[in-house]
Design a binder for this molecule. Structure first.
Ligand code: SF4
Length: 328
């Protein structure tokens, strides 16, 4: 059976069930790289220039982890998935960059998605991708429809049951996920999935918040309507795809009654530095929700993250005590 490798990085968290369904429907076996380790990161760092953002370095490490384990590696180039809203440039050239920096990589299965070029072009691209595994356009079409359905169900699961992408993927694979206690105080995490759910690069942020007694809310738990409303309020017509994850979720959670919000960004990320700044300004303007911004890079130490997190949670507790005293 043909093996298709999928790196557990970048867009994996948003689209894995869709990609897996597509390739499996076409008779392939899907192999995912293991969770990020220090070795994965070091391998990625050795292949790209220092200025590259951390998530792309991690991505290269995951591709290297798959080199001997599959016949193909799937590396899509997602330019735009919504009309006149574009992805960061790193995603556009991802297949070419991967070929250039990892020459020993197995053949790359790529697809160029730009919704602005029309449906016909989109179908041609899907067929071009599927053709590597099946010559039957009907079979490719059926696989694409099944994949789209899997994607819709995945998104619905995260919204309806307040699950993070790793939890939803585990649930789809049949694992038991403990249910949330809605009365628990909540902290919102704002940022891209490849920063929020990679436990090596964020030093187990979600786990630490849960251990401190908080329920963690993330962008994927919001409906498109909720994020769009917040974006329209804060910036108007969006230009970047990832405004939903940063401006949309940040704008929404700052007014949702959470105990605090943490914005997570990658050092050197141009789009994020602009977008998170808007969220921070909104937090300062509203004065209702404590906000902390956390910048991650390969040199970010665990102790630094823990210290900042503890100070932030202490501040939230002090604030709550003060409010309680004022109410007496
Ligand atoms: S949005 Fe920022 S962090 Fe994400 S890939 Fe682009 S530059 Fe890197």
């Amino acid at each position: 059976m043909v093996k298709v490798g999928i790196p557990r990085a970048l867009l994996y968290y948003q689209y894995y069930p869709m990609w897996k369904t597509f390739f499996e429907e076409l008779g392939a076996e899907v192999v995912v790289s293991p969770t990020t380790t220090q070795a994965t990161l070091s391998a990625g760092l050795s292949r790209v220039v220092a200025d590259t953002c951390l998530p792309v370095k991690v991505f290269c490490g995951h591709v290297l982890a798959l080199v001997d384990k599959c016949d193909y590696i799937f590396v899509p180039a997602l330019r735009s998935v919504k009309s006149r809203i574009y992805n960061c440039s790193k995603f556009l050239g991802l297949p070419d960059m991967t070929r250039a920096v990892i020459p020993e990589c197995p053949p790359i299965l790529d697809i160029d998605i730009d919704i602005n070029k029309g449906k016909r072009r989109l179908y041609q691209e899907i067929y071009r991708l599927g053709r590597h595994l099946s010559r039957s356009p009907l079979k490719v079409r059926k696989a694409a429809l099944a994949a789209w359905q899997a994607h819709l169900e995945y998104k619905e699961l995260m919204v309806n049951e307040s699950l993070t992408p790793p939890q939803a993927i585990a649930r789809i694979s049949g694992a038991e996920i403990p249910s949330h206690n809605p009365s628990q105080p909540a902290i919102a995490l704002i940022g891209h999935p490849y920063l929020l759910y990679d436990e090596l690069i964020n030093h187990r942020l979600i786990y630490r918040l849960e251990q401190a007694g908080y329920r963690v809310l993330t962008p994927e738990m919001l409906t498109a309507e909720q994020t769009e409303t917040a974006i329209n309020r804060l910036t108007g017509q969006p230009y970047w795809t990832y405004e939903e994850e940063v401006v949309g979720s940040g704008g929404h959670y700052l007014e949702s009654g959470v105990e605090g919000a943490i914005g997570v960004i990658a050092f050197g990320c141009g789009p994020d530095s602009l977008m998170m700044d808007m969220v921070q300004r909104q937090a300062i303007k509203l004065k209702t929700t404590p906000f902390m911004s956390l910048t991650l890079e390969e040199h970010t130490g665990e102790a630094g993250v823990v210290t900042r997190l503890e100070a932030f949670l202490d501040m939230i507790q002090r604030r709550k005590r003060r409010e309680a005293e004022l109410c007496v």
